[in-house]
Write a protein that binds this ligand. Structure first.
Ligand code: NAD
Length: 444
């Protein structure tokens, strides 16, 4: 993943005729913070490994989520931090790129162990973060509750010791420190609309692109299917979608797409997948998942769940369904050399970070599949994180409607600029997105 992120930056920099020094600056992270720390779990001390990587802050404070997962590695965190630099630039927000992670399976921890771990990690990164320095957020297996523990712990580290000569911080200053983390609980500095933002942003982007694709310009060649296959000319209601991953991103993408009239026919989680030919109800499916622990076996159509409607399929089969739009929203590298030839979707919206390997991306793009790159597709989350930070810094509280309106405007603007670039230069969306981001960073 790191090689891939650095590879596309190098390729883009070459196309833009940038010097070696500039390329190095775009590749190398500014800081790598690496920790080993001990937390008591199951009554005994356990050593955990954690990272915070600050890639580039040319456009503003480092920004990026914190991931709790047994598969976290330094290379993965660095790759994700690098992609955050590009993503913030693509979305046109004044942030740079960072990312954090802890090697842990949080599902094996009790809530109090998870809290101890989150607080310990927050204490370790506290010297390196702040509202104008580095602003972390949730990512895989972290949520607003975890952000609350972390922001609380962070603020404790910022209150001067009574023995110090330092002036105590005012209530307003302490309040502003909450802007250090985004994705907080609403009512505790969090913004309305953040939970749904990544999924909502993805749907806004898909709709904005569909309008362009119907106009049909750059996809005449080599993506010849657009002209031969009229399916995209069908109304949104005719378009079928399969969503891999039914967590924060996948669920809200499915729910909002369904509300917008798309037909979501399949969803999956780590235990399995469900396919309902006539379109499923994401809300009912979530309810069913809550009761059964997985979406597999949740055949929910309209307002009911019934065995007659659908069938249980494997996670692999979901990716290979003959749908119009495939939305990988779980983990990286799920579409790769092994399954790329079996992918039948015409559009892939990369809601997860790095769900396609380079090999699969090259193969599918050549075949004419439109790939909406992650740096654009899932930038709705960081965009609303920016809106949360903005409200905290200005001491404002916006309605959900205002947040959603701003998100829509910013996402549509990002699509417009990237589409225009890809059209003018006759390059794929991914290349256009990277060129736009790198130009914005280099020009600053
Ligand atoms: P999450 O933990 O809420 O959900 C992940 C989902 O993927 C779960 O439903 C899990 O069961 C499922 N999953 C795991 N392995 C799977 C497999 N092999 N097959 C099918 N499903 C599988 O995480 P999330 O916040 O939804 O993030 C998902 C992806 O989106 C990640 O790549 C993350 O980096 C990216 N992302 C998230 C945000 C955000 O705002 N949460 C923003 C940008 C990008």
């Amino acid at each position: 993943m790191l090689e891939s992120a650095q590879g596309i930056i190098k390729k883009t920099a070459k196309n833009l005729h940038l010097t070696k020094d500039i390329v190095n600056r775009l590749i190398k992270p500014n800081y790598i913070h690496e920790f080993e720390f001990t937390v008591k779990a199951k009554g005994r001390p356990v050593i955990y490994k954690g990272f915070r990587i600050q890639h580039n802050n040319t456009l503003g404070p480092y920004k990026g989520g914190i991931r709790f997962h047994p598969g976290v590695t330094k290379e993965e965190v660095q790759a994700l931090a690098t992609l955050m630099t590009i993503k913030c630039a693509v979305a046109g927000i004044p942030f740079g790129g960072g990312k954090g992670g802890v090697v842990v399976d949080p599902k094996k921890l009790t809530e109090s162990e998870l809290e101890l771990l989150s607080r310990a990690y927050a204490r370790l990164i506290a010297p390196f973060i702040g509202p104008n320095v580095d602003v972390p957020a949730p990512d895989v297996n972290t949520n607003s509750k975890i952000m609350e523990w972390m922001v609380d712990e962070y603020i404790k580290t910022q209150i001067p010791n009574p023995n110090d000569q330092q002036k105590p911080k005012s209530k307003k200053e302490l309040e502003q420190l909450r802007a250090t983390f985004t994705g907080k609980l609403v009512g505790k500095g969090g913004t309305l609309g953040r939970t749904e933002a990544t999924g909502r942003g993805g749907v806004i982007i898909l709709k904005a692109l569909l309008k362009k694709i119907n106009v049909g310009t750059i996809f005449k060649s080599p993506e010849k299917w657009v002209n031969q296959d009229s399916s995209l000319q069908k109304k949104i209601g005719g378009l079928t979608i399969a969503v891999q991953g039914f967590g924060n991103v996948g669920y809200y993408f499915a729910k909002i797409a369904s509300e917008e009239g798309f037909k979501v026919v399949a969803v999956s989680d780590s235990h399995g997948a469900v396919y309902v030919k006539g379109g499923l109800s994401p809300e009912k499916t979530l309810q069913c998942k809550k009761e059964n622990g997985t979406v597999a076996g949740c055949y929910c159509k309209g307002s009911v769940c019934d065995l007659r409607y659908g069938k249980e399929i494997t996670n692999e089969a979901l990716l290979e369904l003959p749908v119009d739009v495939l939305v990988p929203s779980a983990l990286e590298n799920v579409i790769n050399g092994e399954n790329m030839r079996k992918i039948k979707a015409k559009i892939i919206v990369e809601m997860a970070n790095g769900p396609l390997t380079d090999e699969a991306y090259e193969f599918l793009s050549k075949k004419g599949v439109i790939v909406v790159p992650d740096v654009l597709a899932n930038s709705g989350g960081v965009t609303v994180s920016y809106l949360e930070w903005f409200q905290n810094m200005k001491n404002e509280k916006w309605s959900e409607e205002k947040v959603n309106q701003r998100l829509k405007k910013m996402m549509e603007k990002a699509v417009e600029v990237i589409w225009r670039k890809s059209e003018v230069k006759r390059i794929p969306l991914k290349q256009a997105a990277f060129e736009l981001a790198i130009e914005r960073i280099v020009k600053k």
